[in-house]
Write a protein that binds this ligand. Sequence first.
Ligand code: KG4
Ligand code: ZN
Length: 397
Amino acid sequence: MKILAIETSCDETAIAILECEGGEQDARFSVLGNALLSQIEIHKEYGGVFPALAKREHAKNLVPILEAALEEAELLHEDAQVISEETRVKISEILTREPGLTEAFFEFISQCEPPEIDAIAVTAGPGLEPALWVGINFAKALALIWNKPLIAVNHMEGHIVAALAKEPAPAALSGTGRNLVIEHIEMPVLALLISGGHTELVLMKKWFQYELIGATRDDAVGEAFDKVARMLNLPYPGGPEISRLAEKSRNETSDTLFKLPRPMLHDATCDFSFAGLKTAVLYLLKEKVDLSEREKQHIAHEFENAVTDVLWKKTSRALEDTGAQTLVIGGGVSANTHIRRTFTEKIKSDHPGVSLRIPSAVLTTDNAIMIAIAGFYRAQRKEFKTEILAQGNLSLA
Ligand code: KG4
Ligand code: ZN
């Protein structure tokens, strides 16, 4: 089954086309086309993602991204298409809130054959609602004109399946990232989801049945990375910048010049709190007027250590409490080198029976491949939709 997936929940416009086969315990995916445009450079100026701007950029980028994905998948066949007046009116209604997109949509659609795909999946939430709506309306318009079923995908479920997906054994050596498999998954699965908007521990007891085990009580971990980076005058997004500075210090010493708190480390729940840690950095910076480069590196190093200590301690507790057999880390922050390294080492020493799944580099930050994979599972369950609403706060459990 070929799935075309659309992701516009934040600052990445992405479309992927995957050939998907198999069942829940042995699914195989082949990436036929994958096009992605990051808006990071545009949002940098504002120090964060600006929703109205994200929406405008998605509207501008969706048609060229679709064309690129179809072309790569060899599914783009030029042929003049007649669009009936009735369909034109319906599509114009669907895209009424996306000025600019309607014209580009008709121009493109009227020149290409409907591609041989079986379903269209789109992120319904969580994310920035204006950004989500553009992707959803675009998906609805495509589904109508090409007469394909629609699937709504939870973005966080996308991050989970991206972490569960591996390259099959021989291909793993070449690392093309074009072939993926999801197999031999031992339940229950515990997922640590860490991104710009989320910090939560979710238990998947059976496929796609979720229970919330712990969550942040204030800031998300990615948000803390971004805010601390801003305090250090580093550009957005802050996670990779902090990581780069921290690694420099870590290569020289394991002792940091500063000490930061590990909020809620010893409390009995699996919840998190990162606001106090961010404030502690703010106080530290108030005391220091002219920070040297070395001091900046040490703050980044200690901040990353503090975050990682808390993430590991709470995840370890959740593994004990739930008896989970598989641990998944997903979301943009899972790209962090120190977090990946620490979890890889500690799982072996503290929970040797648990299998750790971390997404490959291309699948850590937002992308449409993960939306297609999640969409495939939903399609197998025949969860097709005629109407999809953007849900900024959509949760798994
Ligand atoms: O999942 P994602 O791409 O978008 C959301 O759904 O939020 O996550 C983005 C977040 C940002 O806060 C960014 O600073 C953080 O992921 N991030 C990182 C790293 N790369 C991205 N945080 C720490 N270390 C990194 N290497
Ligand atoms: Zn994400």
